[in-house]
Design a protein around this ligand. Structure first.
Ligand SMILES: Cc1cc2nc3c(=O)[nH]c(=O)nc-3n(C[C@H](O)[C@H](O)[C@H](O)COP(=O)(O)O)c2cc1C
Length: 371
């Protein structure tokens, strides 16, 4: 998710259970091919996030070819093409969900991406694939930073997937998914809304189920997506919607624990059990520990100057406990990890009159301000 599943958040999620597969934020193929340095940020990852899939967007099959070779060389476990983003910037330029209206182009992009994976896995170098020398250097430097080696040791034919919506301004998933199936993706992820709906209303799981039934019969794995807020709901959707699995987006905001009980969920599905036992709410102390851990990882990876981008995550954690709104209001002004430590310490002191219970094992310091 753009601006959300950044390297720091992905690392935190992966440390605390993590999903079966994680996707990067979408990255523009032009940025990967050398348009902007900033565009590469989503492509930084740590080994513990595996399996990790790089999501690409754009509309130029030639750029998809080169960008795919770069993400293969970076060692990603899969390549996902975004054909679902409804945002004006993306769709107005013909990328993301706008590709639903240009099925021939969508298939060209898939073919080009597939070809790039095949060429790379059979030994073609980035230079032979037409990738610019500066981009090749950047790839080597990212690999060296992550693994100590400039190139991956093995080459393999990684899976190609597409993430899309039910339609553009009306539901056309029946024809649209048939069209996408011609591109032979290993996986098709379907968000149960049209572009016109953006994120409004409820996801249409009947629409997802109808498409899933047909597409799975062609040997393509189908993941449903939309409005899942717990693993219990995930189990229910998998049991009732003919999908192989689900994607969870907003349900993970301020809730990186959401994947913790995935083994129990898997068992419930395999044994056709209805649902999971109710989880107790996350204890405030654990929530605060998570906030500190996430803020620390963010600051370590990005430095203090970029800390404002962490604020939205801090806000998402502050919900469902006494005076959460007041804490949230303070979090949106933080500029570094130390600010977060002080705010949490002060909150704890105000609520409990002492710091010891929470301070055990944590390094934060109260400013000593009164409540
Ligand atoms: C802030 C935000 C950023 C998103 N960025 C992406 C993205 O980069 N790639 C993508 O495939 N979907 C993206 N999405 C869509 C989500 O992946 C997901 O399809 C949608 O939110 C519905 O699922 P959910 O109800 O589980 O969140 C984004 C959604 C939001 C709210």
């Amino acid at each position: 998710m753009d601006g959300v599943t950044d390297p720091a958040f992905r690392r935190v999620v992966a440390t605390h259970g993590g999903p079966d597969v994680i996707f990067t934020e979408f990255t523009h193929v032009g940025d990967i091919c050398g348009r902007r340095n900033m565009g590469w940020e989503p492509l930084a990852y740590s080994e513990r996030e595996r399996p990790i899939v790089a999501q690409l967007y754009g509309k130029d099959p030639g750029l998809f070819y080169q960008a795919t070779q770069v993400v293969c060389e970076l060692g990603f476990d899969g390549v996902d093409i975004n054909m679902g983003c409804p945002s004006k910037n993306v769709a107005a330029s013909g990328s993301g969900a706008a590709l639903i209206r240009t099925p021939d182009l969508a298939l060209d992009i898939m073919a080009s991406t597939r070809q790039a994976i095949a060429d790379w896995s059979s030994g073609q170098t980035l230079a032979q694939g037409g990738v610019k020398p500066s981009v090749i250097e950047m790839t080597k430097s990212m690999n060296t930073k992550r693994t100590g080696k400039p190139q991956p040791q093995t080459r393999r034919n990684v899976p190609l997937s597409v993430k899309t919506r039910l339609g553009y301004d009306k539901v056309v998933i029946d024809e649209w998914s048939d069209c996408l199936a011609q591109g032979n993706p290993e996986v098709l992820s379907i968000h149960g809304r049209t572009l016109a709906q953006m994120y409004r209303g409820e996801a249409d799981w009947e629409g997802i189920a109808a498409a899933a039934l047909k597409i799975r019969a062609k040997g393509i794995l189908v993941l449903g997506n939309g409005d899942i807020r717990s693993l219990d709901e995930a189990v229910w959707r998998i049991q009732t919607s003919s999908v192989d699995g689900v994607l969870i987006g907003r349900g993970a905001l301020g809730n990186p624990w959401i994947f913790l009980k995935k083994e129990a969920a898997r068992q419930a599905i395999q044994q056709s059990n209805r649902g999971l036992a109710m989880e107790p709410p996350i204890a405030l102390e654990d929530r605060f520990r998570m906030i500190l851990e996430h803020a620390e990882v963010f600051e370590t990876l990005n430095g203090k100057e970029r800390f404002p981008r962490m604020r939205k995550h801090l806000g998402w954690y502050c919900t469902g406990f006494p005076h959460a709104a007041a804490l949230r209001a303070n979090m949106v002004r933080t500029t570094c990890l130390q600010d977060v430590e002080e705010i949490l310490a002060d909150y704890w002191k105000c609520q409990h009159g002492h710091e010891e219970a929470f301070a055990s094992g944590l390094r934060f310091q109260s400013t000593g301000s009164s409540c």
